[in-house]
Design a protein around this ligand. Sequence first.
Ligand SMILES: Nc1ncnc2c1ncn2[C@@H]1O[C@H](COP(=O)(O)OP(=O)(O)OP(=O)(O)O)[C@@H](O)[C@H]1O
Ligand SMILES: [Mg+2]
Length: 259
Amino acid sequence: MSITDCIRMEQVCYSVGGRKILQDFDFCLERGVNRTILGVSGAGKTTILKLLLGLLEPDSGRVCIGDVCITGQPESRFMEQRKRIAIVFQGGALFDSMTVGENVGYRLFEAGELAENEIERIVLEKLSFVGVEQAVNLYPAELSGGMKKRVAIARALAADPDYIFFDEPTTGLDPIGVYNICKLMQQLQEEGKTTLMVTHDLATAFATSERFTFLHQARMVFDGTEEEIRASQIPEVREFLAPTEQVLFVDMTNRNGRE
Ligand SMILES: Nc1ncnc2c1ncn2[C@@H]1O[C@H](COP(=O)(O)OP(=O)(O)OP(=O)(O)O)[C@@H](O)[C@H]1O
Ligand SMILES: [Mg+2]
């Protein structure tokens, strides 16, 4: 693997209000390897995404996008590398005062590099990809939760990134909404995008990722494949996976009971 084809954290430490969120954290997202970061609420998952994007600065250690180290650099020095990454924020983070179309085209309008009709074409193409082109003139308040997530994905896609970060993309969605998000992520992967998701949703994680990182008490305690995480004997990992196994067990028992 060439270092131009990954996003890395090296020995990153990060604290908030005296509390260690990350301690000597090493992480590597290789281009083409779709990954999920798992961990309980408050473990620091969103913080990792913000550090990788350069939205937060580590207390020590460094973050590199390809062969450019972004830590300690002004944003203007790593704008080109930063453009290779887009994020779908937890909750969508759409601008309420803008229409769906304006939200999706926002970064392109801001960049000022493309003609208006070209931006409109891209906006419709991305909205059509996520299946909500009919909502182009609506405002976020007029959309369902699932539609908002799709618009947020369309917005992330507008600048044609190589890497897309998804922060809890399925939270609050019904099973059909969850299925649609999984399908979209798989389609993006088939088109050559690399996805990094943080979530508690194991079903979505297993449907969309090939590598799993488990965060516990500021450290990475596991990194491996689905087979490896399912077989892991690390107590925290087992505890995290256990409720799913119990639910499956109960479902099967009920089904057998009815038969
Ligand atoms: N701006 C802030 N001020 C104070 N504490 C913060 C701030 N941002 C994050 N934290 C704390 O840092 C820790 C990690 O937060 P983070 O949002 O990364 O967790 P998370 O794993 O994404 O949680 P969740 O699954 O609930 O989204 C939490 O304990 C949180 O309370
Ligand atoms: Mg979070």
